[in-house]
Design a binder for this molecule. Structure first.
Ligand code: PGA
Ligand code: ZN
Length: 425
């Protein structure tokens, strides 16, 4: 199947920053379109998001160069050619770029083309995207982990840790799980309002009140779970992403938004051990910084049998870093963010390597998102059972939930909800 057209434009993400949208057509008229998301608390080893740096446009954040690369070099190399399987297309894109981190053409340009191709091929095969990527066995719907209180770099408040998530895992279906999540989300809003706390939301749609401690966020959420009629832990558990790389300060951890105190890696690990004893946490992401490999190994040894430990910044969806992690006993699960690595194939390869090593895979959005719902199809294609794609509100987040609701409906009796079993223990 030959590619007949590749085009791109600058569109907007949920923060109002520009990003790349690519569109790709095949000779049978099938079309695919995709938009690249953008992170804020990014890992140091992520593939490069190419920005123009022209202070006169979007404060330097324009992506006209990346868009130009899609329309120019990428289109010139691919239009008129039969691109073959997704793997071949992605390999061709990597070769064209020629750098290890996709810095020449930009991972934002490359990923948009990679996903657009997957969509066009799915359309050509008359298959839903999850089935095109995952085959007939792609029938598992994920547990949604809703980030209901935002802190860290995602909100202007006094909370150091970035994400406080609810995990409605005791449900019969994805639809039921989302309903439970939303009920807790609304109960939390009521609780915050009653206590005179702000109900404005942060980047990912979670509430972002000023609190007197990080623990207070957990306590409020536990109250909200009960107020919504659920049992904390049994019905709705907790997941956390403190995004500890953002706290890293000269080899220590600084509570940079509250009281500015610092502690070492061992003390941070002790803090998590204490929290795990007190709260029903089933997943802990980036409990330590991406620079703290030794600390991560020690933490994994101590806590890995009790909770899913997800490496985000430390792995950056990168197979090389994942392999090092497996060798050094770091984490027991990996966060999958397609734009950290830059192609569909590499994202899926990373998941396959993780699974082969007994690691979990946790599919994720970025804090700067769009209406693109690729990750909803991806999580079903991979069957990896859990996703984080924001809180209970904001269209760019609910777009993914809505896509998953449609997939569950479409699969009918074949759909299976991952439930509690989705988490590595
Ligand atoms: P980001 O945050 O998209 O801003 O990197 C998400 C995360 O840290 O998991
Ligand atoms: Zn993270």
């Amino acid at each position: 199947m030959r590619i007949t057209r590749i085009d791109a434009i600058e569109v907007l993400d949920s923060r109002g920053n520009p990003t790349v949208e690519a569109v790709l057509q095949l000779e049978d008229g099938s079309e695919g379109r995709a938009i690249t998301p953008s992170g804020a608390s990014t890992g140091a080893n992520e593939a490069t998001e190419l920005r123009d740096g022209d202070p006169h446009r979007y404060g330097g954040k324009g992506v006209q160069k990346a868009v130009g690369h899609v329309r120019g070099e990428i289109a010139a190399a691919l239009v008129g050619k039969d691109a073959g399987e997704q793997r071949e297309l992605d390999q061709r894109l990597r070769e064209l770029d020629g750098t290890p981190n996709k810095s020449r053409l930009g991972a934002n340009a490359i990923l948009a083309v990679s996903i657009a191709y997957a969509r066009a091929m799915a359309a050509s095969r008359k298959l839903p995207l999850y089935r095109h990527l995952g085959g007939d066995e792609a029938t598992v719907l994920p547990v949604p982990c809703l980030n209901v209180i935002n802190g860290g770099r995602h909100a202007d408040n006094t909370v150091d840790f970035q994400e406080f998530k609810i995990v409605p895992h005791h449900a019969a279906s994805f639809a039921e799980s989302i309903r439970m999540g939303e009920e807790v989300f609304h109960a939390l809003k009521k609780l915050l309002h009653e206590q005179g706390l702000s109900t404005g939301v942060g980047d990912e749609g979670g509430f972002a009140p000023n609190l007197h401690s990080n623990e207070q966020a957990v306590e409020l959420i536990l109250k909200a779970i009960e107020a919504a009629g659920y049992k904390p832990g049994d019905d709705v558990a907790l997941a956390l992403d403190p995004a500890a790389s953002e706290m890293w300060h000269h080899g220590r951890y600084r509570f940079f938004k509250s009281d500015q105190h610092e502690c070492d890696s061992a003390a941070m690990t002790a803090l998590w051990e204490d929290w795990l004893a007190r709260y029903p946490v089933v997943l802990l992401e980036d409990p330590l910084a991406e620079y703290d490999w030794e600390g991560w190994s020690a933490l994994t040894l101590r806590l890995g049998g009790r909770v899913e430990l997800v490496g985000d910044d430390i792995f950056c969806t990168n197979p090389d870093l994942l392999r090092r992690g497996i060798r050094e006993g770091v984490a027991n699960s990996i966060l999958l963010k397609p734009n950290q690595i830059g192609t569909v194939t590499e994202t899926m390869d990373c998941a396959a390597e993780a699974k082969a090593a007994g690691y979990g895979c946790y599919v994720s959005h970025r804090s700067g998102e769009t209406e693109d719902t690729f990750i909803a199809d991806l999580v079903v294609a991979l069957g990896c059972g859990h996703i984080k794609t924001g809180s209970g509100c904001r269209g760019e987040r609910t777009a993914k939930f809505n896509r998953l609701l449609r997939i569950e409906h479409e699969l009918g009796p074949r759909a299976r909800f991952a439930g509690r079993g989705a988490f590595v223990r």
